[in-house]
Write a protein that binds this ligand. Sequence first.
Ligand SMILES: *Cc1c(COP(=O)(O)O)cnc(C)c1O
Length: 392
Amino acid sequence: MLDLKRVRADTPGYDSDTGLVFLDSAGSSLPPRVVVDTVVGHLRREAAIGGYRAASERLPDLAAVKTAIGELINAAPGSVALSDSATRSWADFFYSVPLAPGDRILISGSDYASNAIAALQRARAVGAVVERVPSDSSGQLDLDALEKMVDERVRLVSVLHAPTNGGLVNPAAEATAIAHSVGALVLLDACQSAGQIPVDVAELDVDALSVTGRKWLRGPRGTGFLYVRPELAATMEPQRLDLHSAEWVDGTDFRLAGDASRFEFWEHDVAARLGLGAAVRYLLELGPDEVYEAIAARAEHLRKALPQISGVTVRDLGIRHSGIVSFTVDGVDPLAVRDRLAEQDITVTVSHASSTLLDMTERGLASVVRASPHCFVGFDELDRFVAAVSAL
Ligand SMILES: *Cc1c(COP(=O)(O)O)cnc(C)c1O
């Protein structure tokens, strides 16, 4: 069992007793103290002695960022490329997958807008096609349909682990096995899964996955990472290179870095990167399974309580659920729900159709309210939120 008292004492967001109910870890979570202290401390050190010396003092800690991430997702540190967002990481991999005219890219119903836009742009540029894998009756990615769709022209399947607009968890490992049966690559968007449900790259067997720092990992903004399967990290040529991702050998040649760091540029926010490392280390110290269990229990509590309120509809799809609880209130616009709750210091967000266009259009939804409780939220606070929703 997670020690809720400790977790809350570790969270500066609870330092002053404001009565805050924070339900937006799917947007940008509250970081633990060690993350804030790490980032601020490093910025002060940079101001005191300059960024280069400050970074050189922290070389072991910087290397340990990838070790911690590797431990969390069961990957070798060399298969991790750090970046400034999940989208950057996703695109770094996606734009480097060789595509030819007639190639097929598969996306799914809950694919994220940025991924779909990139897929459409590249397909247009190279004469490839983007096709959508249907959802099954539960709303998750339809494995039978995927099986029927795949052939040797499919180069890449974009799988969304946990979508941004609801509590669905897609059968990523099963979809990956189907994609691999025809030699297609799988790029998993694990932005909403890492830090709240187990993400094990060996079990999932995906070729690459992208994650952001600020959501369930509770890291700083402007951080993210890409995992690339080691064989691919050693052979794929990224679209863009610099003096960190490659080495200038002579007047006519360069040599790519031997591992996933070929997907990184040299310059980065050192303080933020150290903060990401601190966030992942903190999660590992708490015990990821205990954190995941605590999140699931909170989401389940909301999924039971919200439908009891007349006029409230929970909009989550799928069979297996994540910590994101999406809902609508009859006659009240989701933005008004958010704003009226914010007046009581209850933080939820709104997920708009523009982020997950295929799914939301199919369901005739323009937007939904999204409540995403992390392990640090108390059940009494969940009940205060439910009461506030029923008073709308
Ligand atoms: C938030 C989100 C992203 C984008 O993450 P950034 O760090 O903002 O680039 C991608 N996919 C999903 C499913 C998301 O929820």
